[in-house]
Design a protein. Sequence first.
Length: 147
Amino acid sequence: MRNRVEILHGVNLDQLGSREPEIYGSLTLGELETQVRRFGTELGLELIFEQTNHEGEYVELLHAARETTDALILNPGAWTHYSYAIRDALASTGLPAVEVHLSAVSEREEFRRHSVIRDHCLAHIEGKGVDGYSDALVLLNEAFERS
Ligand code: DQA
């Protein structure tokens, strides 16, 4: 049975809580992880959390993902908008993935409106804060149940 979901946070997301709280909310990354883990456990999912500020490390986590997880939730931070390296690594996993952003990226600056990973994801969720991760878990759980 597939039930593992890896949640990969990218650059600057370790600064949640103190970083522009009016945009990203006041939860720290640790607090966000606790809430999302609680929700995932209720769904019977096993969650793995990773965060890095190093693009190559994010790519290597994606390379390893085929062995370590059944699905992905990606919030690569600013890399979302320009990292073809992350896009290619995601494509190579062949895993179901959901793109999540805490803020409403499509309503912010022009450069945030574009995502280079979106067409390799089942769905993208933005502007819902921590609830966006719960929505992503529901979608992935439904995908597990269908297959
Ligand atoms: C973000 C949106 C990105 O544009 C930004 O660079 C981030 C966070 C979000 O979760 O809203 O670092 O991915």
